[in-house]
Design a protein around this ligand. Sequence first.
Ligand code: FE
Length: 176
Amino acid sequence: MDNNKVANRSAEAPLSPSFVASKTTPELEEGPYYKSGSPKKTRLYQKGIPGEPLTLTGYVSDHTGKTIAHAWMDFWQANGNGEYDNSGYTLRGHQYTDETGKYILQTVLPGGYSVRTPHIHVKVRANDDAPVLTTQLFIPGLASNKTDFLYRDDLQIQLKDARKGKTATFNFKLKH
Ligand code: FE
């Protein structure tokens, strides 16, 4: 095939931006440690928190693949030692996607606890009137994923080494 034919083919291909997830994001249970009223902040990381620094980014889109600006997201998680802050709001925070539907979360890689493999809890809502998606995100390549009763491959973040810590992406696709 010559180069012109390759170019024509790609021009005809349906637009599928890499930031749109192929299927809607599965729900997963809230677990016992959610607290409402988290502070509005994208940077949950603070000096001294156990755990490797992690910057998680991605987009929120609707079921058609259209990105959603100002979608509400509420994250909560354990620190690198598998401990939640249940008296305060350490590693808990909400935020809104920007005009392009993008979010950024600066945090640490969570540790596992009791029978749970490491995970990040999140609630996502397109707007004030929309239903809330509650789910959990998982870290790829951990042996403990295999024995966790809630673990799902399709809720894995895509993890990369960064200069300091890790970067990761996860794109949410909402049903509503
Ligand atoms: Fe948990």
